[in-house]
Design a protein around this ligand. Structure first.
Ligand SMILES: Nc1ncnc2c1ncn2[C@@H]1O[C@H](COP(=O)(O)OP(=O)(O)OP(=O)(O)O)[C@@H](O)[C@H]1O
Length: 253
């Protein structure tokens, strides 16, 4: 079976004041449909850069990113934007919510912008409300961004990322700004979405969060140095965390 997402020899170089910073160095990875994959690694190792490159949010310097065999690096801006809008969801640290819209209107916006579904505006609105109810935040539907907690905002971002029923969800530190309780709640929702068929790729510093995924990639200095796949075989949560922590310790985490 072909991978849903595949990166081949991916390189990203930033040039600042004529100095080259080779951030991604021939990264190769595959993500199969239905997987939930965490990317971990030291600060500055290139995790976010990798996530941006494989999600088509940013252009790689060289290499390929194949989504169902289609090379994102070859797509024009318009086609890439359409693919991102229709097939991918994003939960990124910079929330990119519009300040002048209510939370519900922000959530519904991707569906309004997409031509993927034939739903009426009312149907989209109703589905947005349904997602908010599912994630337990319907009471903030009419609030502004600055009238909600960090955990609520993060769950609103999950609702928004799900509006166009994406095949593949990308998340950059989805629990980064949250306390442990909110973090657990947000992760429970992501695990549930994954169980319903959404493929998820996330960056996290938090081993407790990564332990909820099915596979963990460890990136050091722009290269994938290791892959922890044992999580698939362990059901007990504490044991998953212990196994992953031991593996991370061996890698010098
Ligand atoms: N837009 C940019 N322009 C220039 N350099 C950048 C840019 N974005 C990232 N970098 C550099 O690329 C390197 C990797 O950054 P990246 O944000 O991918 O790391 P990270 O592993 O996600 O780090 P953290 O865990 O601290 O978020 C760093 O040296 C950073 O300074």
């Amino acid at each position: 079976m072909a991978a849903l997402l595949c990166a081949k020899d991916l390189c990203k170089t930033y040039v600042i004041d004529k100095r080259q910073n080779n951030v991604l160095k021939n990264v190769n990875l595959e993500v199969n449909e239905g997987e939930m994959v965490a990317i971990m690694g030291p600060s500055g190792s290139g995790k976010s850069t990798l996530l941006y490159a494989i999600s088509g949010m940013d252009r790689a310097t060289s290499g390929q990113v194949l989504f169902e065999g289609q090379d994102l690096t070859k797509l024009g801006e318009k086609d890439l934007a359409k693919l991102r809008l229709d097939e991918m969801g994003f939960i990124f640290q910079q929330m990119y919510m519009m300040k002048n819209l209510t939370i519900l209107d922000n959530i519904v916006l991707p569906a309004v912008e997409s031509r993927k579904s034939k739903e009426s505006r009312e149907e989209k609105q109703a589905r947005g409300e349904q997602l908010m109810r599912k994630l337990g935040i319907i009471e903030i539907a009419d609030n502004d961004m600055n009238e909600v907690s960090g955990g609520q905002l993060q769950r609103a971002c999950i609702c928004r990322s799900m509006m166009n029923r994406p095949r593949l969800l990308f998340a950059d530190e989805p629990t980064g700004a949250l306390n442990r309780t909110s973090s657990n709640e947000v992760m429970d929702e992501l695990v549930k979405l994954n169980g319903e068929g959404t493929t998820i790729v996330m960056v996290t510093h938090d081993a407790k969060v990564a332990a909820k995924c099915g596979r963990v990639l460890f990136i050091v200095d722009g290269n994938i140095k290791g892959e922890y796949t044992n999580l698939k075989n362990i059901t007990d949560e504490k044991e998953r965390e212990r196994g992953l922590n031991n593996w991370l310790l061996d890698l010098g985490w």
